[in-house]
Structure formats: structure tokens, C-alpha cells
Design a protein around this ligand. Structure first.
Ligand SMILES: [Zn+2]
Length: 118
């Protein structure tokens, strides 16, 4: 099913996915921050990774292990946060934002909108 422009009835309509893009960025940054924070406090899997590396490498390597854990935790947090943020943004796109843009007349509108924002 193709989306039709409510104003000019053109089917040259694209999705903007702004919420999805913003959500992915916010989720990635927030996820990385919480992942690192989790690794620092020992709550995240990144910390466990750091402790394991530290134990294997010995007491001298625990600082290095902690750093690796923080990086590892940050990466995991960024990946999961980015996915979560993108999903949240997708919901915002579908329900809140004018996610559709007509390539013929240039208006943006949301699905089911009977009152296009010109
Ligand atoms: Zn149009």
C-alpha cells in the first residue's frame, strides 16, 4: 500500500524517519554513557569482562582490565542503546511526527492526517 499525498494526491511520498535517526543517536550516546557507568560501578557485563581480564593478567593488569571493561561496556551499551533508541524513535515517527514528505508539492504530513501542515 502506497501513501498518497493528502494535498496533491501524488504517490511520490517518502518517509523522513527523523525520530528514528534522532532516537538512534540519543540511544547510542545514552547507551554508551550508561554502559561505561555500569562498567565503572561493576553492574554491567563490561565490568565482569574487565575483572576477568584483570584476574587473568594479574594484579598489575587489573587497571588495564578495568579500562577494557569500561570500553567493552560502553560499546555494548552503545549498540543496545542505539537499537532501543531507534525503535523508540520509530514509534515517535509513526505517532507524533509528520513522517511523510511529498516530493511533488513538498508538504509533510503524518499517516491518517486529514489536515496537512503546509
Ligand atoms: Zn503533494
Amino acid at each position: 500500500m502506497s501513501i498518497q499525498c493528502p494535498l496533491c494526491k501524488s504517490d511520490q511520498v517518502i518517509t523522513l524517519d527523523q525520530g528514528k535517526k534522532i532516537g538512534a543517536v540519543v540511544g547510542t550516546v545514552g547507551g554508551a554513557a550508561s554502559g561505561i557507568a555500569g562498567a565503572m560501578t561493576g553492574a554491567a557485563s563490561g565490568a565482569e569482562f574487565g575483572v576477568t581480564v584483570g584476574l587473568v593478567a594479574g594484579p598489575a593488569g587489573s587497571a588495564l582490565g578495568g579500562l577494557a571493561g569500561a570500553i567493552f561496556g560502553g560499546l555494548i551499551g552503545a549498540a543496545t542503546g542505539g537499537i532501543t533508541g531507534a525503535k523508540l524513535g520509530e514509534v515517535v515517527d509513526q505517532r507524533v511526527l509528520d513522517n511523510y514528505n511529498c516530493q511533488s508539492c513538498g508538504i509533510s504530513f503524518s499517516r491518517g492526517s486529514s489536515d496537512p501542515a503546509i
